[in-house]
Ligand binder design. Structure first.
Ligand SMILES: [Zn+2]
Length: 511
């Protein structure tokens, strides 16, 4: 590796060509990749590289030497193991499979063996580490700069231990969190530890070994907080958050002591939780209204009229069939209600379920079908629904300027935080509704467009499971004619009711 030391002197490709000894040109299209290190562990470095198949390959050995990462190479097997922090990746020449932390992943481009060492495509390595580890790499293919960033992960590990009288969940952190940043909630058999400002590598967290009362781990990530969810095998008597004084770490103590008096206390706690989860009040939200007509469809049909008609029918069916269940409408006449007020009504009525009814619209008049949304926790998955989200959220333009401010910045974050415990139920309800549509509406020619995720203002802030139903496209001639008919509105309402019944039965029997 004479090459390595010489390359350190070069600052640009031009300069490189001028002074490079001819024999070095023998190594095909020799270049270098600059390693820009944001972690501060080592200065700017250059690593030898070449381009092939339109990909930039770097010498894995040189990369490891310059960054200080560990490497072990088996020359006879043309295999190298790279150690980055606690992550370990095994690359093999001419093999599309890489083993990262005991999991096998397939690559688009293969590592190559040249001059007795292994060369890997930089883009592939960056994707691999970014997607499956807490490392943060970024590669600028044009400038050939590989940036090694500070990982934004601050919750570095989770440990679960079974104790005599309960279970201890330990969270190691690189950032000091206070009790104001962390909230604990037990809902429907899951403990949620919401950490405001917390970032975790979800995939690693979900692989943590469970113990004691915890049977499963899930992670729900938001922009500003992370919700660590732990499925509980049995009831807990108490939960206690302890933040260590001499470190950033914190732990949650779950007590499951089954002494007689504790049992009684647990019974009371369980009964309380049960009561909270019974579906006693259902909020029906007819989209738009008054000065906000919603989408205008085929033949001038207004979304606000269809949503109100179906809402009232749904309410009547619920009241008739479930006399013990209270129905609250956010509106039962043709009036304008701001979006924020709809969730306020729902929360103040202590609703257990929030169903928002809407009709879809599209410039392409052929688009048709029904779809159900739940609030998205994931930014990327939003893209599919972006257009629908923008259209429905546009309702705020009918609201007063000071009201519109409610939807900015921090309000959204705090409201989303309150939702984390309900996302699982919302998703379940959405799937049950779509199944019911598929059963009842498909036979009459209405397409099932499935369950989707979206960030609808009307759903943000509801402290209960909630969904938004797009009951077909009023921009489509056939669907607009369908939705206009009383009998069809009844059919849609009955389908939603059937789903609510199933959801209610499943949720309540699981409590
Ligand atoms: Zn709408």
């Amino acid at each position: 590796m004479i090459l390595k030391t010489k390359l350190l002197l070069f600052t640009s490709a031009c300069l490189f060509l001028l002074i490079v000894p001819l024999n070095l040109l023998a190594l095909k299209q020799n270049q270098s990749v600059v390693i820009d290190n944001k972690t501060g562990d080592f200065p700017l470095q250059q690593v030898t590289s070449f381009d092939e198949y339109k990909e930039t390959y770097i010498s894995l050995n040189d990369f490891a030497v310059k960054t200080g990462y560990g490497i072990y190479t088996n020359e006879s097997r043309q295999k190298s193991v790279l150690y980055v922090g606690s992550d370990k990746a095994t690359f093999t020449a001419n093999n599309t499979y890489v083993i990262l932390n005991d999991h096998t992943y397939q690559l688009l481009y293969i590592p190559l063996w040249k001059d007795s060492e292994l060369w890997v495509p930089v883009n592939m390595m960056v994707d691999l580490f970014n997607n499956h580890t807490a490392q943060r790499f970024d590669f600028d293919s044009r400038e050939k700069i590989l940036t090694i960033g500070h990982s934004d992960v601050n919750l570095t590990s989770i440990g679960i231990e079974a104790k005599d009288n309960g279970t201890l969940i330990k969270v190691a952190s690189s950032k000091k969190f206070t009790s104001n940043d962390i909230s604990l909630k037990v809902t429907n058999g899951w403990l949620h530890i919401d950490v405001y400002g917390g970032k975790i590598h979800a995939e690693s967290a979900k692989r943590v070994k469970t113990a004691g009362v915890v049977s499963e781990i899930d992670v729900i990530e938001f922009d500003q907080l992370v919700s660590l969810a732990f499925k509980l095998k049995k009831k807990i008597i108490s939960k206690e958050l302890v933040i260590e004084n001499d470190s950033n770490n914190f732990y949650v103590n779950l007590r499951t002591n089954e002494k007689v008096e504790a049992d009684q206390q647990a019974q009371i706690e369980l009964e309380k939780q049960k009561q909270e989860w019974l579906i006693k009040t259902i909020i029906i939200d007819a989209g738009h209204g008054g000065k906000d007509p919603g989408a205008i469809g085929y033949g001038g049909l207004k979304e606000k009229d269809i949503t109100l008609a179906v809402a009232l029918k749904l309410g009547q069916i619920i009241s008739k069939n479930l006399p013990g269940t209270k129905v609250i409408y956010t509106r039962d006449t043709d009036v304008f209600i701001p979006l924020w007020q709809r969730t306020k009504i729902a929360n103040e009525s202590k609703g257990n379920l929030f169903v928002s009814l809407h009709c879809n619209s599209n410039n392409n008049k052929h688009v048709s079908g029904v779809e159900t949304y739940f609030l998205s926790a994931d930014k990327d998955k939003n893209l599919q629904a972006q257009e629908v989200v923008l259209t429905e959220n546009a309702s705020i333009k009918f609201e007063k300027a000071e009201d519109q401010k409610r939807y900015e910045g921090i309000n959204f974050i705090l409201a989303t935080m309150a939702q984390s415990a309900f996302i699982r139920q919302s998703q379940y309800l959405a799937s049950v509704i779509q199944n019911s549509f598929a059963r009842n509406l498909k036979p009459v020619g209405i397409k099932d467009r499935g369950v989707k995720q979206g960030r609808f203002w009307v759903m943000v802030g509801a402290t209960m499971p909630n969904v938004l139903i797009e009951m077909g496209f009023i921009s489509n001639k056939a669907e607009s004619q369908f939705l206009k008919k009383q009998a069809s509105q009844m059919k849609v309402a009955e389908s939603v009711f059937e789903a609510i019944m199933k959801y209610k039965k499943d949720i309540e029997s699981a409590i």
